[in-house]
Design a protein around this ligand. Sequence first.
Ligand code: ADP
Ligand code: MG
Length: 242
Amino acid sequence: MSLIKCRKLGKRFGDTLVLQDIDLTVEAGEVVVLVGPSGSGKSTLLRCLSVLELPSTGELAIDGRRLGAPGVRRRDLRRQTGMVFQQFNLFPHMTARENVMLGPRKVKGLSRREARALADRLLDRVGLADRADHYPAELSGGQQQRVAIARALAVNPKVMLFDEPTSALDPELRGEVLKVMQDLADEGTTMVIVTHEMRFAEEAASRLLFMDEGRIVHDGPARALLRAPPSTRFQEFIGHVG
Ligand code: ADP
Ligand code: MG
């Protein structure tokens, strides 16, 4: 069954139509990279998929559960996705371990001990076993973002959503974050990633979506689209970011 299914999804803010006619299906294990000019609606689409925003029109189902269907609560859908933001959004007064423990404690009701063991396992997975007791301010941007990835993984989401996860990082710190994302992809994690890292897209993505003015304009195999851009608009776009 598809993990994400949108049909004719639309979103408006006041009079502005920010997303329109979004038809999108993501299968388990797919790595989908979403690109497009600034203001084209990428973040809004991710926020709709994570139900941080409610769509104005159309249908959204995560793992077969349709938003608005009887017995399906927004909160239940919210928990199916893990979100990683450009600004890592860690709690500054908590250590890396405590940041990762929070979700499992609150959402999954794990005991302190269980949550701690899970957090340590996840921090190890993102290469930060030796930083568990550090506060965000004591970590580099790349390390903070890896903690944020561990935190998102901690509630065992069906789909991981990334909104420009390397855009706030100095170029020399981007690789360590992309490496963690590549590892997740290799392990079969279902992901939707907004990024300008075209090389990563070409290597890690099974599919590429190009958005423009609130619509999905292209949707196809990443390599094929990048090697033979189907429109001048898309060609110009990758010329600018690539
Ligand atoms: P992208 O991530 O592709 O840069 P966004 O999804 O952030 O695009 O924004 C798409 C459009 O929606 C922009 O014109 C933006 O100004 C508008 N927008 C986004 N969020 C809001 C909001 N909360 N209220 C009003 N307009 C918004
Ligand atoms: Mg954005």
